[in-house]
Design a protein around this ligand. Structure first.
Ligand code: SF4
Ligand code: SF4
Length: 278
């Protein structure tokens, strides 16, 4: 394509890609705002199938390098890349790591694995260990940024600091063996890579730490530990939501409104104040 191409000529080959991406983003947002479990799983399946295996479009550490370097692709011919990038940045600023919770194909894959693995196989890590281990991904991020600044090499971090290449079905035997080990470990420790190792998750965690989103909490949350135990991401510490770790999975928000499980409502019922509004 040359500089004289009309917008019609530029858009035609990208139209289907843009339409499917828009539909996927719409599904993601509807599932998030409706707090629907079914739609969330539909979004996770679409993330793996469409964003992962069909489109191979995940935010990669190479995109972080691109932004750091300001070496962005040509706008007119990469419209889907810009739409997706704007969506990821804006949604993170507004609502936190929505990307990690239901858009990233690898995170979606591990959440789907988690949904079918029997709960008795899971290893519950000690809270203090979990909180400390969550910092490891920021160390990985710092290491790959320093490596890139020193060498300008993108290939090594893309191959060994993240498993997203799997959706393009390329990789050496060593890379596939490492991925298999990671997925087996994920059966026992939920969301292992996302919580402890992913430099993209760390980048979005830093970004979401700057946002103003707020997850509603009751005064009872200071002492009740139900949500803290429910959160698979280690993002609840007592009354506090740790924004950089929260992926907006909706689990605590559904519990918050659950009049059968949340002690807030049970206390209200006992006091005979069932109709006091939140
Ligand atoms: S932490 Fe990384 S792998 Fe996990 S969902 Fe987020 S970007 Fe994807
Ligand atoms: S349970 Fe709540 S705090 Fe934990 S990740 Fe989900 S939305 Fe965030």
């Amino acid at each position: 394509m040359g500089a004289g191409d009309t917008w019609g000529e530029i858009l035609a080959p990208q139209a289907l890609d843009l339409a499917l991406l828009t539909a996927f983003i719409a599904l993601t947002l509807v599932s998030f705002f409706r707090k629907s479990v079914r739609l969330k799983y539909a979004a996770l399946v679409a993330a793996v199938g469409y964003m992962g295996f069909m489109k191979s479009s995940l935010v990669s550490i190479s995109d972080v390098f691109r932004f750091a370097d300001l070496s962005l692709p040509p706008f007119k011919y990469s419209l889907a890349w810009y739409v997706f990038s704007v969506f990821v940045v804006v949604s993170t600023v507004l609502w936190g790591r929505l990307y990690c919770g239901r858009v990233c194909a690898f995170g979606a894959l591990t959440q789907l694995i988690d949904a079918i693995v029997p709960a008795k196989l899971r290893v519950e890590l000690p809270r203090r260990f979990e909180q400390r281990a969550a910092w490891a991904k920021y160390v990985v991020l710092a290491a790959v940024l320093v490596y890139f600044a020193a060498t300008r090499d993108v290939a090594l971090p893309v191959r060994y600091a993240e498993p997203f290449w799997m959706f393009g079905l390329f990789g050496t035997t060593a890379m596939w063996a490492g991925l298999a080990a990671l997925l087996v470990a994920t059966v026992f420790v939920r969301n292992l890579y996302c919580r402890f190792l992913c430099p993209v998750g760390a980048t979005l965690g830093i970004l979401s730490g700057l946002t103003i989103f707020r997850i509603k909490r009751w005064s009872e949350c200071r002492t009740c530990k139900i949500c803290e135990k429910t959160c698979e991401w280690g993002a609840i510490r007592g009354p506090e939501i740790v924004k950089r770790e929260c992926v907006r999975c909706d689990d605590c928000e559904r519990l918050y409104l659950d009049q059968q499980k949340c002690p807030h409502w049970i206390v209200l019922r006992r006091k005979g104040k069932m109709f006091v509004s939140a």
